[in-house]
Design a protein around this ligand. Structure first.
Ligand SMILES: [Zn+2]
Length: 713
């Protein structure tokens, strides 16, 4: 323990390691969707008393005691631990196994040779810093990319910056071909699978993805162990599964990889569209530096320059790299943990709360800060159960496995329960629960006001509510970046808060984008430079993220309140008026883009009219939600069906698994959401006839949903 951490502990100890639940000064007196808010607000207060910072810290320490990559026996031990906590709280609990195709590294070797043929680098160098209590654990998995094929290739190297479409276009513009070459690209700006996908499409024979100190290393601040940023040897492991095609087991798109699935039902590996075709592996900047330094060819554009101490060139060569990757592919068993509290009034209507449990290494931030928060939320709900409370809707807590490989545990479970999930009213995700003190959330627009309302009920460790702190953080950030970023239109702010749309990169994807279950994601961010490395461990967490675990406590409170509030609402608190405003703004932006792309023949008027109808019907429904009365059961069905109406049976062109017409992960952005994806991707592909067809699909979906909402009894 360092002097700095000791000081923080002493300071916190002299005040109180916990944030008292009553420090929320301006708690709302009414909640959307409740006939009578007073008993619910009392229940909320009872709940808020229970989640405990000290216990959350202990749970985090237990969960992160050993590396627990998906499918390992240490991973199974964490499943047993979580299941036991669920049972203690009174949840009906099962450990649910799936059999899924996954690789582990058998041999990973990267060697580089200079112009004279002399070896200039041989890696990967083991992750190591001057002082870390966890780094020498023999069970730490060698840095690798999940779903990289095996490969043995030698080729000249080309530097491709972040490996985005515009980066490959820039190379082409300078007549630098990556065909037959090994691409080296830096992490950041998009999903690593997109970098591999573009390298493959452009004819590269392999790709190395490294962490540049400009992006999460010394250029940002002190590196670990002195500071929170990535040290020279730190590597970002990760999956390159083409999850923008579909997530989950690459051999079972659309159906579950149950343990008794007949072998003949699986796609063969070579037929799976989500499996990459070229070998790919991650490197630290310590190992990448000699390769980049030895690159010839033209100077890179100045924006491509990272923070290593030499001028970056683009290549190709004269440096060559030998990639030797031996991957061990096998069907492996993974374990979700599912805990259920049956609803009294609407047992078929599910509220699902979820977090993944598997980690690349120790996973203190990603994902077990989320797991500890979820366990303390469950602890609080257990206390409510003991005092006799029962939810109106069925509340399900889920601890997903193999999220890191490609949202596998959540996707397989969602596919298995697709029919029941058609009636699920919400999915609440937490992944990176706490990396620092800055609360943030993304959500489907209908649930953005719900999340904001919940944060007004939860105290911040900094005083006031989570909402107060969130708003202050956003105002400060906005002031800083004022010049570059356009303001969010006022109509899309929720009480001054901007919330992002859901892209991909965590377990909400199968729920919202495949099944149309309204979803949210919460996190609390900070300077986090050790993502997916051996240094994302308990020592790092207690030094840099949350020494007294009060943010774990905060996140437990927010997540738990999401669950119990949604489970008990008389009318589902969805804001379809805000949703409509969002779709109108997406359509205006797409229409501007179509004009700029010289596709003036596209007629946006019918889609805009449908979006307006959807918006207006949503505004009328919102009035009913403010004063619940009449046949609530029927009204709830209408409110839920309105989201389902936004799915299209056929899905996106070439990506039929993605059925939502408003949100999908971008084929070329990966993590970031592409809104009205059918339309926008057709415009990006300069395909006016496809864009016209997709506008029609969207118009129909919006009209369906508007008609449903107009039928609100
Ligand atoms: Zn994660």
């Amino acid at each position: 323990m360092s002097i700095r951490v000791m000081a923080l502990f002493l300071l916190a100890g002299s005040m109180s390691a916990q944030t008292p639940p009553s420090s929320a000064p301006s708690a709302p007196t009414r909640i959307l969707g409740f006939r009578n808010a007073a008993p619910q607000l009392k229940l909320d207060q009872d709940f808020l008393q229970v989640p405990d910072a000290v216990l959350a810290g202990q749970e985090l320490k237990t969960l992160t005691a050993a590396p627990h990559v998906a499918g390992s026996k240490e991973d199974y031990a964490t499943a047993v631990y979580v299941a036991e906590k669920f049972r203690q709280a009174g949840l009906q609990t099962k450990i649910v196994p799936y059999r899924v195709l996954m690789n582990l590294p058998k041999k990973i070797q990267v060697s580089a040779y200079g112009a004279d043929g002399k070896k200039i680098m041989s890696g990967p160098t083991p992750e190591h810093v001057s002082d870390d209590p966890y780094q020498d654990d023999k069970r730490i998995v060698t840095p690798f990319h999940a779903y990289s094929p095996s490969g043995d290739v030698t080729a000249e190297v080309v530097y491709a910056n972040y490996g985005r479409p515009q980066d490959f276009a820039q190379l082409a513009a300078q007549h630098i071909s990556v065909r037959g070459k090994i691409v080296i690209a830096r992490y950041g700006k998009n999903f690593r699978g997109v970098k591999a996908y573009l390298a493959q499409q452009n004819g590269a024979v392999g790709i190395i993805i490294y962490s540049d100190p400009a992006d999460d290393g010394y250029f940002r601040g002190d590196k670990y162990p002195e500071g929170p940023y990535r040290p020279a040897s730190g590597v970002q492991r990760g999956s390159i599964l083409y999850l923008f095609k579909f997530p989950g087991d690459p051999t079972t798109p659309g159906f579950a990889s149950t343990t008794n699935l007949a072998a003949g039902k699986r796609l063969s590996q070579k037929d799976s569209p989500s499996l990459p075709a070229i070998p790919s592996t991650p490197l630290s900047y310590q190992d990448a530096a000699p390769i980049l330094k030895a690159l010839g060819g033209p100077e890179s554009p100045r924006k491509w320059q990272g923070a290593l101490p030499f001028t970056y060139h683009m290549g190709p060569g004269p440096v060559t790299v030998h990639l030797l990757l031996k991957q061990d592919y096998a069907l492996r068993t993974i374990w979700d943990v599912i805990g259920k509290i049956p609803g009294t009034k609407y047992p078929d209507s599910w509220v699902v709360v979820g977090n993944h449990r598997d980690a690349w290494v120790f996973g203190a931030v990603d994902p077990n800060s989320g797991t500890a928060s979820m366990l303390e939320a469950v602890h609080g709900i257990g206390a409510l159960l003991k005092q006799g409370w029962k939810p109106q809707r069925t509340l399900i807590f889920s601890s997903w496995d193999a999220e890191e490989e490609g949202l596998i545990g959540s996707t397989e479970w969602a596919e298995q329960h697709a029919a029941q999930l058609e009636k699920a009213v919400a999915y609440f995700n937490i992944d990176v629960g706490v990396a620092g003190p800055k609360f943030d959330s993304s959500a489907v627009p209908s649930l953005k006001p719900f999340v904001v309302d919940i944060t007004k009920l939860v105290p911040s460790p900094m005083g006031g509510t989570v909402y107060d702190k969130w708003l202050r953080d956003q105002q400060q950030a906005a002031a800083k970046r004022h010049a570059q970023h356009p303001e969010t239109p006022a109509a899309l702010l929720v009480d001054g808060i901007h919330m992002d749309d859901l892209g991909s990169g965590s377990d909400y994807t199968p729920f919202i984008q495949h099944l149309g279950v309204p979803s949210t994601d919460i996190g609390s961010n900070g300077a986090y430079g050790v993502y997916h490395s051996a240094f994302d461990n308990y020592a790092w967490f207690t030094k840099f993220a949350d020494p007294t675990f009060v943010y774990l406590q905060q996140q437990a409170r927010v997540l738990g309140l999401e669950g119990i509030t949604m489970a008990d609402a008389d009318l589902l608190p969805y804001d379809y008026a805000l949703y409509g405003d969002a779709v109108v703004s997406y359509l205006h932006a797409a229409s501007d883009k179509a004009l700029a792309a010289k596709m003036p023949g596209l007629d946006f008027a019918p889609a805009l009219a449908a979006a307006q109808r959807f918006r207006d019907a949503g505004a009328r429904a919102l009035l009913a939600e403010k004063n619940p009365a009449g046949d609530l059961r029927q009204q709830n069905e209408v409110l839920r069906r309105a989201e389902e109406d936004l799915l299209s049976n056929t899905g996106l062109p070439d990506r039929p698994w993605f059925k939502h017409t408003i949100y999908a992960p971008g084929e070329y952005t990966g993590y970031a959401a592409v809104v009205i994806p059918g339309v926008n991707e057709a415009i990006d592909a300069k395909d006016p006839s496809l864009a016209a067809k997709q506008l029609l699909v969207l118009t129909k979906a919006l009209n369906r949903s508007a008609a449903t909402l107009s039928g609100m009894p």
